[in-house]
Write a protein that binds this ligand. Sequence first.
Ligand SMILES: *Cc1c(COP(=O)(O)O)cnc(C)c1O
Length: 641
Amino acid sequence: MNGYKKDTLERWTYDKSADLYGIQNWGAGYFDISEKGDVVIMPNRGNKNIRTSIMDIVSGLKDRGFDMPVLLRIENILDSQLTRIHENFKKAITTFGYKGIYKGVYPIKVNQQREVVEEVTQFGSCYHHGLEAGSKAELTASLAMLKDPEACLICNGYKDEEFVDLGLYATKMGFNCFFVLEMPSELSLILERAEALNIRPLIGVRIKLSSTASGHWIESCGDRSIFGLNTTQLVAVIDCLKEKNMLDCLQLLHYHIGSQVPNIRDIRSAVLEASQVYIGLVAEGAKMGYLDLGGGLAVDYDGSHTNYMHSRNYTLYEYCADVIETIMATLDEKNIDHPTIITESGRATVAYYSVLLFNILDISQFEALPLPDKFLETTPELIVNLFEVLTSMNLRNIQECYNDALYYRDEIRQLFKHGDISLRERSLGEMIFWHIIKKIAEECKKLKYIPQELKDIDVVLADIYYGNFSVFQSLPDAWAIDHLFPVMPIHRLNEEPTRQGILADITCDCDGKIDKFIDIHGVKRALPLHEFKADEEYYLGVFLVGAYQETLGDLHNLLGDTNVVTIRIGDDGDYSFVRESEGDSVADVLTYVEYDPKQMIIEFRKTAEEAVRKGLITPHERKKIMEAYDAGLRGYTYFEK
Ligand SMILES: *Cc1c(COP(=O)(O)O)cnc(C)c1O
């Protein structure tokens, strides 16, 4: 399990930390470690001349009174990711001589925060980057954000009359607003409203592909996908439009095979199938002109560059090149004009630009307290037996000792349950048991072949580091779907991390933890961490959290939104705060669950006055208590120092 070798002769340096945490594998050139041992941001991917230490930002935040946890957004990275997507498509288009153009749209659901959408439209404007809306609220937001008539506005999702009308007005105002049919039944509503308002709609169709993708979202594609038309329904749509003399309105073909598609073969086979459908639609007389490949462009969270679900086995350029090449090869055979290609990449656009920063509040570690030299006369036999397991252990009987230890420990617990041994005796038994586990873990390191059962034994000895954050609020996918994000200390990286730990959040929920970590060869069960010093802050960062984590998060234990700070890094490596938003206060989160803070103060004041009346507190104490209550309501929901 140890990703590193302990070598006391050689000094530990930042480059060893870089290998240990794999930062150069998953950092995509945006993150690295400085000679000082801090994690640095390189806004101009890989350009080591311009870099900013996250610790400097943390101290700047502290000076300004921002408490941890903080969600840090680095504007330059969003800017750079948008540019990369467009430039890579441009390069592939030129290389292969593709006759159409590329247009991107940002699917709002991936991170709907106004600031994020604002930044996407701002940085994407030179590329006419548009928006994708999957609901009425998202369309409403898009219409306020989008200013560029050359950008596309793609409307997916269920559409009611209000939704359709809004989209039609957008069309009338000159937007490239496409209604993508998710269900056959939507067509009649769109045609009816278009006629009533006398507007010719731009129509797209979402199709179900038979090509499936591996990865977490495997069920969102193929015949089992809940959205999209099958070929029979597609033909019915064509017939209906033909009859109404509106086939010229059908201009876009859309599919979405799921998010985070790790294997380029799946991407290729989907685009191949869609190209054939596109040919079919042209042959039927539809105007067409746009092919929308949806999302799916993956992020290499573990840096392994494989088809593992938290990774991807292709580069951004390979993605673009494969898409362009496949469409061209298929359409050229039938002499069909190359369409404008649209992708709806959300994850790849925004994941890199946010980092969750938090401090460690405390740790709990297994400490092998010394065992007594001699047992009392009265010490139960099972405990003495357990102790003998410890003393008789050698390299050849490890597995046997492990089995015996488990047996005796369980027997001791049984005795305790029946009241046959004391609390102190049970505690002694447990302590001996942990000594055995610790010794097994040490002995295992000397073995060439470790028995399967004992492979992860040192994980049970891992320390627990309590972090000032909530998994449910800030990393919902880590909890809900075991998503792996890169996590590491952001400083002290010239120092060897000598502990192995898992992370617990402050929700006190047994699920509020991170106990699986990225590893180039799969999953690590504990994270190498530094010795925690009570008088010194220890900061960790969770990286690549810009996609999907913010609005999927919830108010478990009423831990609210974190502070959010957006920075821009200048060419001198200096940074400036461009946006700041304070996280929820206690009063804010209570309001979300229908409390009224004003009323609460009134009620609590009555309780306090009652205590004064009963002589439990003085009037002056009442004043102090009310002040504390009031300050509590205004405070941050996380741990404050
Ligand atoms: C979720 C979604 C996307 C975004 O997918 P990513 O993998 O994040 O790029 C795009 N299009 C549709 C229709 C979606 O539902």
